[in-house]
Design a protein around this ligand. Structure first.
Ligand code: A3P
Length: 303
């Protein structure tokens, strides 16, 4: 099956999920060859759900004893190269990479759905942090992101068409409801293995979410650090306004040639209301409700 994605790429139905053609080889190699270490941390998100933020926070937490925050690599590097994507950065161009030499804990990220994860991730004691965000904001965020990246291919596809595609399950690594439900159920069944976070909760109370994250990662904040304001300092280092204004993120580029600034747009909850009509929003919400009925999970479209 082949569908045109909104970014001019194609989506292939692979093992029940619409995977972008540009990452499919990477996903397959990652599935077949990745050997998880018990100490690994895997950050998992649907696209445009706050991946950049989560990468920054997890990196800052795990490395705070290696570098004082004032000398953090996050000040001179975009978070993406610091926490590589398994299907893009590690496995896409080389099916047999050697990610063994990275110091522990290795922190990787991926958009791969739970059902498609390699068995070594599920069987080892490595941990998974999943972050999702309300689909209305994500749809708008992705649309504007691809508009910026590929202006010539995106113009032809309207927001209405994107909503149609979403409701048919056609988003990168979607259907989104299956992506979210896979990790939601895993987090209920194995709470020590999978931490399930929502972007909106992080926007409301980053301090308590940071404590939860650090504890889950095995790097809790001792009382002394809390008293010294370490949690607030990490929150501030990784905040949207701080990262967005760093020179590296204003003018730098990724290995792929993409400008770092494309990862920082607005960083707010509820901006969807400036783009989607009430009818579009209702349609998307109705389908999400139907698909996730009885799970106990709900998205937060405003805070
Ligand atoms: P908006 O387009 O709604 O502004 P991802 O990192 O998965 O690509 O997600 C991108 C979204 O996260 C964008 O949302 C972006 O602005 C927002 N974002 C990036 N860095 C952030 C940060 N430090 N804090 C909060 N949101 C952030």
């Amino acid at each position: 099956h082949l569908w045109r994605n909104w970014d001019g790429d194609y989506l292939y139905l692979y093992q029940g999920y619409w995977c972008p053609s540009m990452s499919i080889q990477g996903i397959i190699s990652f599935q077949c060859h990745f050997q998880a270490h018990d100490t690994d941390l895997i950050l998992i998100t649907p696209p445009k759900s706050g991946t950049t933020w989560l990468k920054a926070l997890a990196f800052a937490i795990a490395n705070r004893t290696h570098y004082p925050l004032t000398e953090s690599p996050l000040l001179t590097s975009n978070p993406h190269p610091l926490v590589p994507f398994l299907e893009f950065d590690i496995y896409l161009t080389n099916p047999f990479p050697n990610p063994e030499n990275i110091h522990s804990p290795r922190i990787f990220s991926t958009h791969t759905p739970y059902a498609l994860l390699p068995s070594s991730i599920k069987e080892s004691t490595c941990r998974i942090v999943y972050l999702c965000s309300n689909p209305l904001d994500r749809l708008v965020s992705h649309w504007l992101f691809t508009n910026k990246l590929w202006p010539e291919t995106v113009e032809a596809i309207s927001l209405d068409q994107h909503v149609d595609m979403f409701c048919g399950g056609l988003t990168g690594y979607g259907p989104l409801w299956d992506h979210v439900m896979g990790y939601w159920k895993a987090s209920k069944e194995k709470p020590k293995k999978v931490l399930f976070l929502q972007y909106e909760d992080m926007k409301v109370d980053i301090v308590s979410q940071l404590k939860t994250l650090a504890h889950f990662m095995g790097f809790p904040f001792p009382l002394e650090e809390e008293r010294q304001g370490m949690i607030e300092e990490i929150a501030s280092l990784c905040s949207f306004n701080n990262l967005k204004d760093l020179e590296v993120n204003k003018t730098g580029k990724l290995r792929t040639g993409h400008q770092n600034d494309i990862f920082f747009r607005k960083g707010e909850v509820g901006d969807w209301a400036n783009y989607l009509t009430p009818a579009m929003a209702e349609r998307m919400e109705k389908i999400m409700e139907e698909k996730m009925d009885g799970s106990g999970f709900t998205f937060k479209r405003f805070i």
